[in-house]
Design a binder for this molecule. Sequence first.
Ligand code: FUB
Length: 319
Amino acid sequence: TIRRGLLAGMFMMTAFGAKAQNPIIQTCFTTDPAPMVHNGRVYLYTGHDEDNADFFWMQEWRVYSSADMVNWTDQGSPLAIEDFSWGDDRAWAPQCIERDGKFYFYVPLHSKLSGTMAIGVAVGDSPTGPFRDAIGKPLADGSWDYIDPTVFIDDDGQAYLYWGNPRVYYVKLNKDMISFDGEVQKIDMTVEGFGKLPNTPLAKDEKRGKTAYTEGPWVMKRNNKYFMLYAAGGIPEHIAYSQADTPVGPWKRMGKIMPLQGTGSFTNHCGVTDFKGHSYFFYHTGWLPKGGGFARSVAVEEFKYNPDGTFPIVNATRE
Ligand code: FUB
């Protein structure tokens, strides 16, 4: 159990209640957590569900930070739909990464150009922004599949961007982090790689494919193994993961990390980081008052990797 602090307000620099419980952000609804460690702080990039929403009509992304995983500072909203001239709503799952002193903030949003979802990239000089649309147009546009970007820089300096629902796309990024090196590739979505979709109504959708992978990829490397964590199982979602020896596969399905267990949200979405010698698994729930599937809130669990480097089961707790 981690000791956590309640977030106390938009401009509050410290929080209170060091034994407060999940969810860690309690001043507004937050979703789709993506942690990033920089200069001794963990920065947490999230979406923001609106009050009384009937869908994911989200308008902005938010950032929180902490030096101790107890006290969280609300860094506000340094990036919103209005910062993309070509977007109009659905400020979905973000991720930010640093390269050469610049911060690249990858986001999915609804494109006015295509009428479908698209991937955008913003850039800033600090982890809390301000951020601006880096290229003034989508990085990738024209498909409802184009959501939930995750970005990763390998030890050799090659950056990769992955995204997608219900299949995973990837592309190599140039060193500028805002253009592609080559064509967008589709990952081979095999049952061996990503598990079998349970026999739910979703499984009858032929366009969807037959693997359990649903959305929300999170790609990372540890001990020379590549891991892709993701929301799986259709609706409702659990978190599962696959492993590979290269950043582009072939992927092997490893198992569940966070099973279905009454998180109060039919989606789940994870982000993982090590911070000051501990490992943390961020996810979202519907646990705030008036919470639910369209009113989610970010929670976190500390965990330890198995001795062989694989992920353990991480249960959602209110502690
Ligand atoms: O927050 C909107 C969508 O819900 C995200 O893009 C998905 O990962 C799911 O969490």
